[in-house]
Design a protein around this ligand. Structure first.
Ligand code: SF4
Ligand code: SF4
Length: 194
């Protein structure tokens, strides 16, 4: 085996970024043994420039800049399939969250702006209604992304099938949902969560 690779890997595993990742995600990239089960189950792997297990290997080898500059972290849907499948207890979904926070802290912006926008609007709907409001989500996304007519032709078809409604009822447990958001905001302010 190439000894320079081993030295690089040891240095990478002791880097500040790896420590920070562990603090943010509560999991260590050291525990990944590259079995690939996470990548095999990831529904978004086909959209990423590197599959989840490959992303972890890049981190183990110190290729942090490439990971943060790539699109994989922005295409992760936080579905937690990888976390559930990992035989070694690596919480890869939490690592993806932590990487997005690191990128945000370093750059103050995302290259995948539309992914960020969709994510923000999605969560805003959940906070307002306690459930998703697809019509509002689509309309606001088109408006704010400057793509006014995107998927417009699909609207009437979805409405005819009852999949898209003009109004949305609020979830009766909205107060509890608001408490969750407030708790996360507090944790963020204390730097305890991505
Ligand atoms: S399933 Fe776990 S151990 Fe296997 S490659 Fe993915 S993160 Fe690594
Ligand atoms: S949490 Fe992200 S990386 Fe993990 S399986 Fe889901 S989409 Fe893939």
């Amino acid at each position: 085996m190439n000894s320079s690779k081993i030295i690089l890997s040891r240095q990478a595993l002791n880097s500040v970024l790896v420590t920070k990742l562990k603090q943010l995600s509560g999991t260590s990239i050291r525990n990944c043994m590259q079995c690939g089960k996470c990548s095999a189950g990831c529904p978004m792997a086909g959209f990423m420039d590197h599959a989840p297990s490959r992303t972890l290997r890049q981190l183990q080898l110190g290729q942090h800049a490439q990971v943060l500059a790539g699109r994989s972290i922005w295409y992760c849907a936080s579905c937690e399939t990888c976390t559930t499948r990992c035989p070694n207890g690596v919480d890869l979904a939490a690592i993806m969250d932590a990487l997005r926070k690191l990128w945000w802290d370093e750059q103050g912006r995302s290259e995948e702006k539309q992914v960020q926008l969709a994510s923000r609007l999605f969560l805003d709907n959940i906070r307002r209604y306690g459930r998703q409001h697809e019509m509002r989500l689509g309309a606001l996304f088109n408006l704010k992304s400057g793509k006014l007519f995107k998927d417009l032709a699909l609207g009437p078809k979805l409405m005819a099938r009852g999949k898209l409604k003009l109004t949305q009822e609020k979830n009766r447990n909205l107060a509890e949902i608001e408490q969750i958001f407030a708790r996360i905001e507090k944790m963020r302010q204390k730097g305890k969560t991505p």
